[in-house]
Design a protein around this ligand. Sequence first.
Ligand code: HEM
Length: 432
Amino acid sequence: MNQWLDERLHISRLNDKFLRKAFPVHHSFFLGEITLFALIVLIITGILLALSYEPSAQLVKHPFDPGAAQVPAAYASALKINAMPFGDMLRRIHHWMANMMMGAAILHLMRIYFTGAFKKPREINWWIGMLLLIFTALTAVTGYSLPYDNFAFTTLKVIVGIVGSIPWIGEWASQAAFAGKFPGEGLIPRVYGYHIMLLPGILLALTAAHMLIMIKQKHTQPQYAKRVAYKKIVGVPLSTQQTPIMIMLALLFTGLVILFAAFIPVHPVEVIGPPSNQSPIVKPDFYLLWVFGILAILPGNLEFHFLGGVFNAEFLGGIVMPTMILLLMFAVPMFDKSKENLYYAENPTNHPVRLAAGIAFFTLMIVWSVAGYKPELVNSRILTNDNANGILWGLAIVLPIVMYFVTIGIVRGIRKLREADERETHAAAADD
Ligand code: HEM
């Protein structure tokens, strides 16, 4: 069989080129793989959901309550999917998996950042990775909107408002992106097109480029590889050793997500109800909370005019500040001036400024994400309607600075202990 295939497809060349690649065995390298498994499960569960989902906002009879008012067809189809055997589980697995993919991608990014794996020659894969992160978030948000319940409706209203706030071209851009004035007939079919065709297509193309570059450039080697065989690639080949490890990891991870889905509902459309004029307090999924946080604590009346364009809080908080944060993340490899190619993953504590800057950055993200809960927090004794913005902005500035210096202090302490340890070892060796 092998020979038959080889004569026709030259399989053995493929085997030499890709399947014998050595993969480092280190737990931190599993994060990228988990992100990939999540993408695969999302595509499979998404295809199954698409078989029964109806992308239309046209009003139809409530499928289970003849006395109730009419509801959008998309919402009715989500209710019907819930009532199918395993239907609710399918929706939950799909939604949980989207959260897991974002979580795994963020942890994977942290691993790359803190070990310096973005350095020469892997800058291009850092940039492709950043695009993957952004397009994963966009795919997840468009999916969140599809059940067209009151949460989805309100989230769409917020997003359309943010796009519409772009000076000069906002109204045009929002109508072009969301098929006319909100909420038009074309809205749901348009968002559906983004969610099941355009965005997954982009994600798959970017993932393919990410993997091919990674195979070409090879992984950074974990530190232990230095001791095992200096400047040699240490790892197990994809065929056959790495493949069973990956299959086990994929099954374990998928099993865990199914367990989550079985016990913790996510986006229960029947509880939320169909779109209504009363906007509920919507919380986006965790990876977008920081943007909601910025919007929540920017004064709503912030506004200035320039050359006939209006620059308001929605535009500054929903577009300008997130774009600046993303550009800063894109620029990370440019702060490094290494001439040599990076071979070994670096120990984060050997690069205190990079480590401290990263921790300060994630602290800022966490504070902004907490600020996304402002409506709930202002009822506490410390935060009131009058002081909430001031306190949350104060924390967003002070906490990252504190975390920066605390990290530098801890790393210096670790370095001193290490040096003292080395001195003792040398002294003991000299005594012997
Ligand atoms: C969201 C979808 C993503 C998927 C499916 C994905 C998948 C992977 C996989 C499977 C690997 C090899 C295993 C590993 O090193 O962990 C890898 C490596 C890599 N990824 Fe990603 N990744 C994604 C996002 C990102 C992001 C957000 C970044 C950074 C901005 C990034 C930057 C890199 C780099 C630089 C490498 C090479 C690492 C090395 O050689 O040590 N990736 N990715």
